[in-house]
Design a protein. Structure first.
Length: 216
């Protein structure tokens, strides 16, 4: 089994925690409460905006054959910020909210991984981020009501074009896997698993509001 497929199998239970999720159900049928949408909008805007720093670090470390993919990803993330700003203008909402706990933790994890781990580990985390979003938004897009007001978001991350981009990330990861030693492969698996934890927590934060772990 290819590494990209094995990572999903190893984390399948957590992956299914947002396939579907109350948030994506609300996106699909158009019933998502406005306050929930605006919370997600502000937090994902911050995540994408700050996440570009991690992409820049990966770009500096990338082998030549991965440069175009990373440069394209950085461009795409920057373009996505325009979607967030446009939506905020329509809604009369602000995008300057403080980061929720999981938003900050997720962004910090991306940046730390890009700096501290081998390139292949950072790539695996990027694959986890993008694959999780494609799967979630594709699920919603396939079930969307014709009049859902969230069509631009569904078409951005749930489209066949975005799916092809994610497939390219998977193919690159599988190619990188051939040259990894056991220790690096173990770190890659651990970091991918942590990405799925943070992704689950991000969906929960978007739906419920900020939730801190219980003490003890």
């Amino acid at each position: 089994m290819k590494l990209s497929e094995r990572l999903l199998q190893d984390n399948l239970a957590r992956w299914h925690s947002w396939l579907p999720h109350p948030f994506t159900r609300g996106i699909a049928d158009g019933t998502l409460p406005r306050d929930v949408f605006l919370r997600w909008l502000a937090q994902d805007y911050r995540f994408v905006s700050e996440g570009r720093r991690a992409l820049a670090v990966l770009l500096a470390k990338a082998p030549p054959e991965a440069l175009d993919e990373l440069a394209g990803t950085l461009y795409a993330w920057t373009a996505e910020l325009g979607l967030f700003r446009e939506a905020a203008r329509r809604e009369g909402a602000a995008l300057d909210a403080a980061p929720c706990f999981v938003t900050q933790a997720y962004g910090d994890f991306l940046l730390a991984t890009a700096h501290q781990e081998p390139f292949a580990v950072g790539w695996a985390v990027l694959y986890g981020v993008e694959r999780s979003y494609h799967d979630a938004w594709r699920w919603a897009r396939e079930r969307a009501a014709p009049d859902t007001p969230y069509r631009p978001w569904l078409d951005n991350w749930g489209s066949e074009a975005f799916g092809a981009f994610v497939a390219g990330l998977a193919a690159r990861l599988d190619a990188l896997a051939a040259g990894l030693d056991a220790a690096t492969l173990e770190r890659l698996r651990a970091c991918f698993a942590h990405t799925t934890r943070l992704e689950h927590l991000f969906w929960e934060m978007a739906w419920h509001g900020e939730q801190f772990p219980a003490p003890g």
